[in-house]
Design a protein around this ligand. Sequence first.
Ligand SMILES: [Fe+2]
Length: 313
Amino acid sequence: MNDPAASGASAKSRTLRQRVRTITTKAAAKLQEGALGKLARAKVRHKLLTVVPDRLTGGALRRAHLLRAPELREVCLSVPGWPAAFDGVRIAHLSDLHVGDLMPVRHVVALARRLRATRPDLLVCTGDVVDLHVNGEQPLAPALQAVGEIGAALGAFLVLGNHDHLDDPAEVIRLAHRAGFAVVEGRVHCVQPPGSAAAGEADLRIGGVEWASTIRQNQMNVQALCVGREAPHLLLAHNPKAFRGAARRGIPLTLAGHTHGGQVRLAPAARASRRGHSRDGDSHLYVTTGVGAWFPLRVNCPSEVAMITVRCA
Ligand SMILES: [Fe+2]
């Protein structure tokens, strides 16, 4: 005798397998064509590495991913060359929000509320605020607005990441400005100490480098940032590869993201360039594991916002 419930379930599973096979075959074919633009290739990767695995697990991957709220990781760094007037400054370092399928606006709003309660002095975002599509006013505008409203006393600063360049980087910059961020790519912004009436020696100089994938291009970008002006004390970079150039220039502190810490950490120690704190001489680097992801799996590598207290060494 046939069990109708069992045969219904098996037909459902057969249909799911067929749909997954169709998506995978089409996506692989498009990738092989090699003629796709960066956004189209990212969309194909999204289907292959996010949509398909999620459907194969009946949505469990995405649900588990969304359940975990980012940690607020306290970090204290003693940094030579840090301006004395900013000794003890608390920086909320966010990166890699990847607003989109895996980072709904309501999660960003909840995170922003937690961060507002910690009252950071400075808020910095090191790129990949959006995952794929900017989509006009939704969902990026309300997400950036919520982050901008954290209200750090010394200001909010941002550089773009590779994902921000996929669809409409000019729109990302426009929305970031509207949310109160200073976008510091290719420039240096001076922050005056609290209570100071005019720009001067005691200022904190915050610079940003544009996204680049190679060490060489990052070095050139850092060099261009420093030509004709004093080097920044704090460098914001999406790619940690900018640190090589920053250390050569004697920049005291670089904050970066991009790696997501590797997301899946099976070995006990990760490479210093992938996550956490490292140094080269007197120059320090902190690479955050980031808030979001483009692939819904993290193993021994929780998402985070780094709450960094910087002391003068
Ligand atoms: Fe990212």
